[in-house]
Design a protein around this ligand. Structure first.
Ligand code: NDP
Ligand code: ZN
Ligand code: ZN
Length: 361
């Protein structure tokens, strides 16, 4: 780490090591690269934990669009600040910081002014993105040993927080917290969660804390006991949706594979909402029938993507205050391929988190 600190403080490019895929069919391999020099408002983070989100798989395998390779995924990041730019106000060396899907944005547009940076046309995603603020170079994510980020895109994490559990909150947490707030979930709200994985379990935990009644939709009953243990009323299997009698105010779909959205719209009460956060590969992307929607009794469908920085800090504070954390399994970077395989074949439970200090890069 001392080399990185020296490079940062002398204004040089910062060396980094990570795990990358060379193309959409490749396995993960160690990869050395450099990050842009530490700017006045930037912090350098020593990586401690990085969650594996299903979006990492979609992108590493070019399932949404052609990826930028070599690709170092990872946007659920928790680490320790080891150097700060001269105008950094929020952090000092030694603090803990979290980083999610974004590392920069313009700061001046309407979206940025409202702290909805995810909608800024110049937003820089943490990886698989061209950084318009740094010579159009590609960004590299959290499956690595450090990260340089604008302090405005780093979330304050208190010293006593369990960092391995904090990392997944930076994407899975905010992506589910945000629509629950947007849809004003409250005591007695009837909420369904479709897809009970890394995001799904967070949606369940937050909605329960907000006082909602919860049901889960899954492809099989493997995680029924987990759902009941958390306080979910029922786990319905997706082969029998037609038999479900319950009606919902809100259903959040975190499904990453092909499915029929109207199957869930039909389960909403009149005026209820289906929020889509899961984004299946383009080759199997579901579509919505407009005629079904027109006849669907004012039921609403909307999409949601992560959340702004202000709301991400709010989510983190809420999670820590109420002890709401993801269900995690810690791995090393050498096990990323195996984790991807498990996540795509139904063998995974909830969230894999890479212990980057225990990984050999
Ligand atoms: P996980 O793989 O952790 O979880 C997905 C879950 O969905 C698994 O439990 C899987 O179960 C289940 N599932 C798969 N297919 C179906 C189906 N047809 N019906 C019901 N359940 C199904 O993924 P994540 O939670 O990390 O991510 C989920 C999706 O959300 C991804 O598409 C991801 O890209 C997207 N995402 C979107 C974000 C946003 O901002 N909008 C942010 C983060 C992620 P099993 O395979 O065991 O049956
Ligand atoms: Zn994610
Ligand atoms: Zn902007």
């Amino acid at each position: 780490m001392q080399t990185y600190i020296n490079e940062a403080t002398s204004g040089k490019r910062i060396s980094a090591k990570g795990y990358a895929v060379a193309n959409k069919n490749a396995k993960f391999k160690p990869f050395s690269f450099t990050r842009h020099p530490l700017g006045e408002k930037d912090i350098l983070i020593e990586m401690l934990f990085a969650g594996i989100c299903h979006s990492d798989i979609h992108q590493a395998k070019s399932e949404w669009a052609d990826g930028i390779y070599p690709m170092v995924p990872g946007h659920e990041i928790a680490g320790r600040v080891i150097a700060v730019g001269k105008n950094v106000k929020k952090f000092k060396v030694g603090d803990y910081a979290g980083v999610g899907c974004m590392v920069n944005s313009c700061g001046a547009c309407e979206a940025c002014k409202q702290s909805k940076e995810q909608f800024c046309s110049k937003v820089v995603f943490t990886y698989n993105c061209i950084d318009g603020f740094h010579n159009e170079e590609p960004t590299y994510g959290g499956y690595s040993d450090n990260l340089v980020v604008s302090e405005d895109f780093a979330i304050t994490v208190p010293k006593n927080a369990p960092l391995d559990k904090v990392a997944p909150l930076l994407c899975a947490g905010i992506t589910t917290y945000s629509p629950l707030k947007f849809s004003k979930v409250k005591s007695g709200s009837r909420v369904g969660v479709a897809g009970f994985g890394g995001l799904g379990v967070m949606a369940v935990k937050y909605a329960l804390k907000m006082g909602a009644e919860l049901s889960v939709f899954a492809r099989n009953k493997k995680k029924e006991q987990d759902a009941l243990r958390l306080g979910v009323k029922a786990l319905y299997t997706t082969d029998k949706l037609i038999e479900v009698k319950e009606r919902f105010d809100l259903i959040i779909s975190t499904i990453p594979t092909a499915y029929e959205p109207m199957d869930y719209v039909r389960l909403l009460d009149f005026g209820g909402e289906l929020c889509i956060v899961g984004l299946p590969p383009t080759s199997v992307m579901p579509s919505l029938s407009l005629s079904s929607l027109v006849f669907s009794a004012h039921r609403k469908v909307y999409g949601s993507i992560i959340g702004g920085i202000k709301e991400t800090q709010e989510m983190l504070d809420f999670s820590l205050k109420h002890g709401i954390y993801p269900e995690t399994e810690i791995i090393t970077a050498a096990q990323i391929d195996e984790a991807y395989e498990n996540l795509t074949s139904g063998r995974a439970k909830f969230r894999y988190v890479i212990d980057t200090k225990k990984s050999v890069f």
